[in-house]
Design a protein around this ligand. Structure first.
Ligand SMILES: NC(=O)c1ccc[n+]([C@@H]2O[C@H](COP(=O)([O-])OP(=O)(O)OC[C@H]3O[C@@H](n4cnc5c(N)ncnc54)[C@H](OP(=O)(O)O)[C@@H]3O)[C@@H](O)[C@H]2O)c1
Length: 393
């Protein structure tokens, strides 16, 4: 049989079907995709977890999460379609014998639902399990097939540093082709982020001034009022730098600073983003001393409510040195940006919640208006990502 990559009939197999990511993001997203008519007819979802619950109980919890987190109100007919698509499958994914049973279970669904043996394996689990699951899929021969496609989806964090990221990459590539691996940054799905390229490359007024001759500096700020909450175990091993900067902020920075790609194909966009990242000045000990500030939140008051410090949060050691705030200044050493600093800020328990990019233009000659009072404010272009979306002057 010839493989048809355009046929999107498939089973979405979620490892971590009882977790936070599935409840808060994946299921509400699936619900909204159904609402928008974006889910193929022959599509099923198998949610894997260890918790002892009936399918009915599982679906009840998912419904509650969709109601809480979906951007659209729950419509009964759409919910009933999602409800019919989902099954809950109990399985400890560290036990390799179980993968053959899972494979059989999925093949039975293929028969009933005509899902064409296509698979999307979504790893909504802690990163230390990525290799375990991929190995399990490999030994049960569930990853590569001649007549159907299989895709692997992984969220951040992708390794802890360059060495571990390369090791993980190597392991994944032993089992899946590069084109079948989707390293997801859900931040890129936000409406305004998707529009940065449109804003820049389809408005002639911007492209001519989008460079170091007209722009004084660029500020990218992703700030949260929330603390670490129940995610202490994860955050303590990550910190703000790994949690926010190396993924979301680097993606935003590259979209803001990149050259126009030759076309809108994924590889062409990736090539231009990579050039930006390669042009970032070297990170040396001197650079760190001069240009980077790390911080950690202490106890205080947010919106009138007392909140504990980071070291008093659940699962955080009393002597933790993990950073919950990063502020840095960096330069992109290419023709477009040499001399224009980029300021990055991100942190938890800050005074405001939001995400925005501020483009600050160079001052005009102070010879006409306000020339005696010196109160001319800089011209700013603000691209707001959240809480509300928009572009402001
Ligand atoms: N939450 C977010 O907003 C978010 C955002 C970006 C990226 N991520 C990434 O997404 C991944 C998942 O995060 P999360 O917050 O959803 O974690 P989580 O709430 O701790 O969920 C972990 C899931 O893994 C399952 N699991 C753990 N060990 C298992 C085993 N041996 N066998 C079967 N299932 C097992 C758990 O099922 P049981 O409890 O039923 O055993 C649970 O469904 C992480 O890599 C995280 O970094 C999360």
């Amino acid at each position: 049989m010839i493989r048809n990559d355009k046929d999107l009939s498939a089973i979405l197999v979620i490892f971590g079907g009882t977790g936070d990511l599935t409840h808060r993001k994946l299921m509400p997203a699936l619900y909204n995709m159904l609402l928008d008519g974006l889910v193929p007819e022959n599509f099923r979802v198998v949610s894997i977890g260890r918790r002892d619950k009936t399918e009915e109980e599982y679906k009840k919890e998912i419904r509650a999460s969709v109601e809480k987190h979906s951007r659209n109100k729950v419509d009964e007919s759409i919910w009933s379609r999602l409800n019919d698509m989902i099954t809950y499958y109990r399985f400890d994914f560290r036990e390799y014998d179980g993968y053959l049973m899972l494979k059989k279970y999925l093949e039975e669904i293929d028969e009933k639902a005509n899902t064409k043996s296509n698979r999307i394996y979504y790893l909504a689990v802690a990163p230390e399990y990525f290799e375990t699951i991929v190995h399990g899929l490999h030994i049960a021969d569930m990853a590569r097939k001649e007549s159907s496609w299989s895709r692997l989806v992984i969220e951040k964090p992708f390794g802890k540093d360059l060495k571990t990221a390369r090791q993980l990459n190597q392991k994944l590539l032993e089992v899946f082709d590069e084109k079948s691996i989707y390293r997801i940054d859900h931040y890129l799905g936000k409406e305004m982020i998707q529009n940065i390229m449109v804003l820049r490359f389809s408005n002639s007024i911007f492209e001519a001034i989008w460079n170091n001759r007209f722009i004084d500096n660029i500020q990218i700020s992703l700030t949260e009022k929330l603390g670490v909450g129940s995610r202490g175990n994860y955050y303590e091993n990550s910190g703000a730098m790994r949690d926010m900067v190396q993924n979301h902020i680097m993606q935003i920075l590259s979209l803001v600073a990149m050259e126009p790609p030759v076309n809108l194909k994924t590889d062409s966009i990736r090539t231009e983003k990579l050039k930006v990242i390669e042009a970032i000045e070297d990170i040396t000990p001197e650079f760190l001393r001069e240009n980077v500030v790390f911080g950690q939140y202490g106890k205080g008051v947010i919106d009138g409510n007392p909140v504990v410090g980071y070291r008093e949060e659940e699962n955080i050691p009393k002597d933790s040195n993990t950073e919950t705030l990063v502020a840095m200044k960096l330069h992109i050493n290419n023709f477009r940006w040499a001399g224009t600093p980029f300021y990055i800020r991100t942190g938890k328990r800050l005074g405001t919640y939001g995400a925005e990019i501020v483009i600050q233009f160079k001052d005009l000659p102070n010879i006409l208006y306000f020339k005696d009072s010196n109160i001319q404010e800089p011209n700013l272009l603000v691209i707001r990502i959240q809480p509300n979306v928009g572009v402001f002057f």
